[in-house]
Write a protein that binds this ligand. Structure first.
Ligand code: G6P
Length: 368
């Protein structure tokens, strides 16, 4: 069927704005709102107590959703997780354990490397679970368990709503794993689920910062390089921010774990370098502030994405502070994804690139 841009200039803008709605659909699929419990529609063909390690393989943005999920599985379920880009997983001949769980994440469900990684895991006797947006896809068909992300058709080559729906799906699965393994109590589960239920509303709130971000984008568009920093789950989101910006604006960008700043990227910092710091007020906030001080001391221009408490506590002058709503620290990537996507989008619009079909990229990479 036909998908149109409605009143938006690009599919990407429409898809960014659809997120509260589609993430809400995904939430409703995996959470019982009334009882505030996770409820997976299908029974899993394995017991999380028999799983010793999870392997996640995917490409591009989907692999970064997997990287966020690693933090969740490890925290909520005390389950070690290995994340790989599928092209490495398939050829590395990673030693895997029969009966362990392999998760494959893909919007299209057709990415050649992800499919090959799935076939490898299957041949090794792993349980396979696919988080896919196209339920009729090859990856969905060949996986033992399928958890659909209900993002609807995504047209913009740079993934946005599929990413946040992947995050929602994986968050629900990680909480389910924690519950099954007895790491989370009923009360912990209820609290986490409550945090998830809030997400669509918080995403709507995050979208209200669009005008501010549009103004900021005019400045970013003048840069040659942009650095993104984050700790904890904000680290993979920093990687996603950099990926999004380079994909559609063609401005060179790098994402780094904030703690790695002094092991390399700090050498690049001068007055011309914008540094996007993703730092909700969480357990590692103070550590990120000290990294911001290191950036500020070298004249770097800080764009801080934080919440009201973080804005108050940050003892560093930022060029711009984007204040996100207060929320449960566990699931911040779902909400902070919004300003990160908007910044890439508006920068690309200023640059005049073909936002929905950036040069050299394809929506679905079915060849190696
Ligand atoms: C391409 C797209 C990306 C996407 C990646 C993985 O590179 O441009 O947006 O993240 O493929 O695609 P998949 O369909 O497997 O999620």
């Amino acid at each position: 069927f036909m998908v149109d841009k409605a009143n938006y200039r690009h599919f990407m803008a429409k898809e960014i704005h659809e997120q509260p709605e589609v993430v809400g659909h995904t939430l409703a699929r995996y959470v019982d709102m009334a009882s505030e419990r996770i409820s997976l529609p299908t029974e899993l063909p394995f017991d999380f107590n028999d799983v010793q390690r999870i392997s996640i393989a995917a490409c591009g943005t989907a692999s970064l959703a997997g990287f966020v999920a690693k933090y969740w599985f490890e925290r909520f379920a005390r389950l070690p997780v290995e994340v790989d880009v599928a092209s490495e997983f398939r050829y590395r001949e990673a030693p895997v354990r029969k009966g362990d769980l392999a998760i494959f994440i893909s919007q299209s469900g057709e990415t050649a490397d992800t499919l090959a990684a799935l076939r490898y895991a299957k041949a090794e006797g792993m349980h396979t679970l696919a988080v896919v947006n196209v339920p009729t896809s090859t990856i969905a068909r060949e996986s033992e368990t399928v958890m659909p992300t209900l993002a609807g058709p995504e047209i913009g080559v740079a993934s946005t709503k599929a990413f946040t729906c992947q995050l929602m799906t994986l968050a629900a699965l990680a909480v389910a794993a924690g519950k099954a393994r007895g790491v989370l109590s009923d009360a912990d589960e209820a609290k986490l689920v409550h945090g998830l239920v809030e997400i669509p509303r918080l995403m709507t709130e995050a979208l209200t910062h669009e005008h501010e971000i549009e103004k900021l984008a005019r400045d970013i568009a003048k840069s040659k390089d942009v650095l993104y920093l984050g700790r904890g789950t904000s680290y993979p989101l920093a990687l996603e921010g950099a990926l999004k910006l380079k994909e559609i604006s063609y401005i060179h960008a790098e994402g780094y774990a904030a703690g790695e700043l002094k092991h390399g990227p700090i050498a690049l910092i001068d007055e011309t370098m914008p540094v996007v710091v993703i730092a909700p007020y969480d357990k590692v906030f103070d550590k990120t502030v000290s990294n911001m001080q290191e950036v500020a001391a070298r004249g770097g221009r800080i764009i801080l994405m934080t919440d009201a408490k973080g804005a108050e506590e940050a003892t560093v002058d930022s060029m711009v502070t984007i204040v996100m709503p207060d929320m449960s620290a566990a699931f911040t990537p779902l909400v902070y994804a919004v300003p990160v996507q908007l910044l890439a989008y508006h920068t690309a619009v200023v640059m005049g690139t073909d936002v929905d079909q950036p040069r050299n990229l394809a929506k679905s990479v079915t060849v190696e």
